[in-house]
Design a protein around this ligand. Structure first.
Ligand code: SF4
Ligand code: SF4
Length: 348
């Protein structure tokens, strides 16, 4: 194991900020977000998790995916430029989220070229969580607070500095310029707890027609915060934006913008038909997507247990409580801290 002192980390981050786009946890109007920084001074090192996930660095909330220029009868299509970026301070759950996005966008055909371009130009430097935070349940979703699996380099805070784990060739290249000292270090063991929450796949279809979803949805405001700040939710819409329009010359950006299956119009098709017309159907899809459709299709959980949606939902719809309610109905005994049942009278 290698050791990096606090002072050497600051010098390294300053250098990275000069050489590439450096993205790290930074306060923006009092809210902690993964944002570009111009020096190590801007970076917050003592934090739980940024408000929004790191999804933004590989799948921005709104991004041009095609630039269209029309001059007379000539049409020119070009790809937006992508620069190298290093993400520092990535929590392991956020790195896990990016690995799930990779499975959707690049691990199978057709590859999403815009995502792939940005992802290839991105190096991930993780920072272990010193503990599980309130609302986190990463160990129930296949993750761990010090999981190095999905980053290029992982730093773990130790006395006077950081233990450095290089994971990939990209990571080895990134730290090659550092003079790291040898150290004795045994990472603390995290205990995977997957059996606690995950309902086995064969039980999910039994819950499809359950009245539970309509009752739960009575509370949902369809604000879509749960999807926008989730590291894994990846639904999007595509639309064209006019940049310049003239008689002989026009310019358009084709934009990809985040969308969410909990929104009323998400599944609406031409003619106005909506196969998920009720809020209950839409909320059910959110949970079925994460815990049944996605695992069946990709062999991965559609949730990494970051806990952001629990913290943000204005009406306290708690994904852990929903999972416990599902488990109870499948005869796997669970206890709920504040069950929707207690608040709404829902019987699962
Ligand atoms: S954050 Fe809560 S209220 Fe908003 S869409 Fe999600 S479940 Fe509904
Ligand atoms: S806890 Fe909520 S926000 Fe976090 S990964 Fe799971 S569904 Fe997404």
């Amino acid at each position: 194991m290698k050791f990096l002192s606090r002072e050497a980390l600051q010098t390294w981050l300053d250098r990275l900020a000069n050489e590439a786009t450096l993205i790290a946890p930074r306060l923006v109007d009092g809210i902690l977000l993964y944002r570009s920084v111009s020096s190590a001074r801007d970076i917050v090192l003592d934090y739980t998790r940024p408000k929004m996930s790191a999804k933004e660095v590989v799948l921005p909330s709104s991004e041009p995916i095609l630039l269209v220029e029309k001059r007379g009868q000539d049409v020119n299509l070009s790809e937006p430029p992508t620069g190298e970026q290093v993400v520092f301070g990535l929590r392991p759950c956020d790195a896990h989220g990016i690995a799930v996005l990779d499975a959707v966008f690049v691990a199978q055909e057709p590859v999403d070229l815009n995502y792939a371009r940005r992802r290839n130009a991105t190096t991930l430097v993780g920072l272990s969580c010193p503990q599980m935070w309130e609302d986190c349940f990463c160990t129930s979703m296949g993750g761990m607070p010090n999981d190095p699996s999905h980053v290029d380099v992982l730093l773990t805070e130790v006395e006077n500095g950081y233990a450095v784990t290089t994971v990939t060739d990209k990571g080895r290249t990134l730290v090659a310029e550092l003079s790291l000292q040898e150290m004795e270090y045994e990472p603390p063991e995290s205990v995977l707890n997957e059996a606690e929450l995950v309902l086995t796949q064969e039980h999910w279809p039994d819950r499809f027609a359950d009245q539970y979803w309509d009752l739960l949805a009575e509370r949902c405001l369809e604000c879509r915060m749960c999807a926008y700040l989730c590291p894994v939710c990846r639904c999007f819409d595509v639309r064209d934006q006019v940049v310049q329009q003239g008689i002989s010359y026009s310019k358009y950006d084709r934009l990809r913008c985040w969308d969410s299956c909990t929104g009323a119009n998400y599944r609406m098709v031409a003619g106005g038909h909506n196969p998920r017309a009720t809020k209950g159907q839409r909320l059910r899809n959110r949970f079925f997507c994460k815990f049944h459709y996605f695992p069946v299709e990709y062999g991965l959980s559609g949730c990494v247990g970051c806990g952001r949606c629990i913290e943000a939902c204005p009406v306290n719809i708690d994904i852990v409580e929903v999972l416990r309610d599902m488990s109870r109905a499948s005869n796997a005994p669970q206890t709920s801290k504040v069950s929707p049942n207690a608040e709404t009278g829902i019987t699962a």
